[in-house]
Design a protein around this ligand. Structure first.
Ligand SMILES: *Cc1c(COP(=O)(O)O)cnc(C)c1O
Length: 381
């Protein structure tokens, strides 16, 4: 059975967790600080703040960006549901915009159309690792005085116009869930170039506490903390961070390996007329967190049959990126939301297995199985 994804974890990560446990300092300590410094350096951002996952990273980003009750935030419906949920957590209203069919990324033209006098921010998602057109959204934000927040949950190691994701705007949120390119079990990070955001994020993730544990631990005088605002417990543990440090060392290599598999798929499928492959334009560099194929002139029934037939052959697949407005939790949206492109993409695209290490045999087996079903004539010649 070929799975859809698998985290790349080695003895090194296990040893790091083991070593950290035996130091006795297992949360919000030196390993968290080291991971933050190394992650910031890797992305090219000035600061990084580790948190418990990307959903909490997004929640805190909403708060520091000043988004609150009744504000509108434009985001794609086509994303993992956590994107829109983070907007709701602060009492704001997700306003769903359409995506571009060939990249699955937010369409800047449709985003601009949906701006009202209540719009406060754009929450852009780098879909399954493919960077969105950040400059286009920066321009819109500047023109309309909006905040830009990046949901880069899937985009660690991706780059836009030669610079890593994480270095382009004021609030960029990453995930280290096992389904992403590097993992700490659960975990998240916010990168920022703003010192004021950096300081507020550190307060909010730890109960609003004015003195962090490390400072108190290292102090040779008694100090008492104050809780300066109502914060949260969104801490990352040092066990997770020590795993993250090892994962980060491998990130660029992991991305290169993933890109090799994506290239093999691209070559194998490039002549099939009935499908559309992922588009990576000049200036865009994807980590291929997922490999998505769109089935032209299809129906969701045909897509589901394809998935079942693949599964019967031992190849796991997933349907395309979900659309939030069609989930029960967002049933209020269903009647008045018209996003034909997003719905079509969700219904007619399929994600193929992509993880490392994936043997040549496994890659070829996925290719052959897919061709056998989608292009039986070509396959048999
Ligand atoms: C995975 C994901 C999230 C949530 O990340 P967690 O770390 O699981 O909270 C948010 N947005 C997108 C686009 C994701 O893919």
């Amino acid at each position: 059975m070929i799975p859809i994804a698998k985290p790349y974890l080695t003895e090194e990560e296990a040893q790091a967790a083991y070593d950290t446990i035996l130091t006795g300092w297992i949360t919000q300590g030196p390993k968290v600080q080291e991971f933050e410094e190394k992650f910031a350096a890797h992305t090219g951002a000035k600061y990084a703040v580790a948190v418990s996952n990307c959903t909490t990273a997004l929640h805190l980003s909403m708060i520091v960006a000043g988004i609150g009750q009744g504000d509108e935030v434009i985001c794609p419906s086509m994303s993992y549901i956590a994107t829109a949920n983070a907007i709701k957590y602060v009492g704001a209203i997700p306003v769903f915009a359409e995506v571009q069919p060939n990249t699955y990324n937010l369409d800047p033209v449709d985003v601009e159309r949906r701006i009202t006098n209540r719009t406060k921010a754009i929450l852009v998602v780098h879909q399954i690792g493919m960077p969105a057109d950040i400059d286009a959204f920066k321009k819109i934000c500047k023109k309309h005085s909006l905040k830009l927040i990046e949901d880069a949950a899937c985009a660690a190691g991706s780059a836009y116009k030669g610079k890593k994701i994480g270095s382009h705007s004021e609030l960029v949120c990453f995930s280290f869930h096992p389904r992403k390119v590097i993992s700490t079990g659960d975990g998240g990070m916010v990168t920022t170039n703003r010192e004021d955001y950096y300081n507020r994020l550190k307060l909010l993730r730890q109960h609003g506490m004015s003195v962090n544990d490390r400072v108190r631990h290292e102090a040779n005088k008694v100090i008492f903390e104050d809780h300066v605002e109502v914060g949260y417990n969104y801490r990352m543990t040092d066990i997770q961070a020590s795993v993250g440090i090892k994962q980060l060392e491998k990130l660029d290599w992991i991305v290169e390996e993933r890109r090799k598999i994506a290239t093999t798929y691209n070559k194998a499928f490039k002549n099939i007329k009935s499908i559309r492959l992922p588009l990576e334009e000049d200036g865009y560099f994807s980590n291929y967190q997922s490999y998505s194929i769109y089935l032209k002139n299809s129906s969701s029934i045909a897509r589901n049959t394809l998935m079942q037939t693949l599964l019967d052959k031992g190849v796991t697949s997933r349907r395309g990126i979900m659309t939030t407005h069609r989930e029960s939790a967002y049933k209020d949206y269903k009647a008045h939301t018209k996003l034909p492109i997003s719905e079509d993409l969700q219904d007619n695209s399929i994600l193929l297995p992509l993880y490392i290490p994936m043997s040549e045999e496994q890659i070829n087996y996925v290719v052959e199985s897919f061709l056998e079903i989608v292009e039986p004539k070509v396959f048999n010649t």
